[in-house]
Design a protein around this ligand. Structure first.
Ligand SMILES: [Ca+2]
Ligand SMILES: [Ca+2]
Length: 389
């Protein structure tokens, strides 16, 4: 009995000492186990890669199955404050950025539902309730990726794949709005159609699209006519110091045109846009040129004299040592009638953006100086707060 008590006392004491050091010891053990596991994973990946290269050498590739995400929900809120001396009295007057009054506005309120059903099929439904207006369907498309060829089809309501700066996701644009030339000439709207993206190599994309040409608010193709788009998108240089991207696109057929008072015109739109990142000096330069030679009889807003053309130049400089802060500048011109001289619209803008937490929480500020204008536009100052969730 005495022996049993002694043994159990020793046993209890040793249990106590384990309990006393329990926390520390188990943390170390967990760390050690984690390190062992990580090492094993690394070894398995190495083995996996060598097996895959063996398979490749033997003549065919087995693609690993990607992670599938059936439904992801995200969105954004963008608050904007505008101030200008523009005269809003008397009807539907809007400032350069399309606002009808000075002050604060919930400029963008968006929800996106998107996902991948499997390796080949993805989708997105994107709704907006901008400026407190009615909820509208913004994007609704299905993506189909082929296995045998590097080809993707995007079917449904989507961006019209012409302008590089228009295709850039809205949360990542550096000024509150895209350049005036793009806003006036590009297809800054959604449309129904089908877009094919062929990527024969990493640095090159060839695209073709057929769209209803009506814009997103008219869902029926009543005129039974289409707009046709061809585009080349290439990144010839992508090194640690430089990145150069260039996109050229052509839109023909019958498409919605902002300069034609948002009516359909028979377009011959050529769009060339390029961006150069010079990383050692924190500088990104961007430029674009747009030219439309539409069928005169289809331009109903005014008697068109000549062609429609516009361009922009912009720069983005990340302040050294303070790289969340970017200083930006832009010059943009738009001419609705190239045969009539000295009536171009000209705008110069300067501003900044500050990334509080990447683009997830960001502040933008800009001053747009009106050099020449066709209407009675005035200089505009804007500030924005963006939150992605
Ligand atoms: Ca049409
Ligand atoms: Ca002109």
């Amino acid at each position: 009995m005495r022996k049993f008590l002694a043994v159990s006392t020793v046993f209890m004491l040793s249990l106590g000492s384990v309990a006393a050091f329990g926390q520390e010891v188990s943390n170390d053990e967990v760390l050690e186990k984690l390190q062992q596991l990580e090492q094993k994973v690394a070894e398995l990946e190495k083995e996996n890669e060598s097996l895959r290269s063996l398979v490749r050498k033997s003549g065919y590739t087995v693609m690993p199955r990607k992670r599938t995400e059936k439904l992801q929900v995200d969105g954004r809120i963008l608050l904007r404050w505008d101030q200008t001396n523009f005269d809003y009295e008397g009807g539907n007057n809007k400032n350069i950025y399309g606002e009808k009054a000075n002050g604060l506005v919930a400029r963008k309120v968006r929800f996106r539902f998107h996902g991948n059903l499997n390796d080949n099929i993805g989708y997105m439904i994107h709704v907006r309730a901008d400026r407190g207006e009615t909820v509208e369907l913004w994007d609704a498309f299905i993506d189909y990726k082929f296995d045998a060829v590097p080809l993707k089809l995007r079917m449904g309501q989507q961006k019209i794949p012409v302008s590089m700066s228009y295709l850039k996701p809205g949360p990542k644009i550096i000024f509150p709005e895209r350049p005036i030339a793009v806003r006036k000439m590009g297809s800054h709207n959604r449309d129904l159609g089908i877009r094919a993206i062929f990527s024969p190599m990493k640095k090159l994309k060839l695209e073709a699209a057929v769209m209803d040409g009506e814009g997103f608010s008219t869902l029926r193709n009543d005129d039974k006519k289409y707009s046709y788009i061809l585009a080349v998108d290439s990144t010839p240089i992508n090194s640690s110091d430089f990145k150069w991207r260039i996109r050229a696109a052509y839109e023909g057929g019958y498409g919605w045109a902002a300069y034609n008072d948002k009516k359909v015109a028979k377009r011959n739109l050529f769009d060339l846009e390029t961006k150069l990142d010079i990383k050692p000096v924190n500088l990104a330069l961007e430029a674009g040129y747009l030219h439309d030679n539409p069928n005169k009889s289809t331009v109903t807003k005014y008697a068109l004299k000549g062609n429609v053309a516009g361009y922009y130049l912009q720069a983005d400089y990340a302040v050294p040592g303070l790289q969340k802060l970017h200083l930006i500048g832009r010059y943009s011109e738009f001419d609705k009638d190239t045969d009539v001289s000295n009536n171009e619209e000209k705008y110069a803008s300067a501003g900044f953006y500050y990334l509080l937490n990447g683009w997830q929480a960001a502040i933008r500020g800009a001053y747009v100086h009106v050099i020449d204008t066709a209407s009675n536009q005035k200089d505009l100052i804007s500030a924005e707060f963006q939150l992605l969730f």
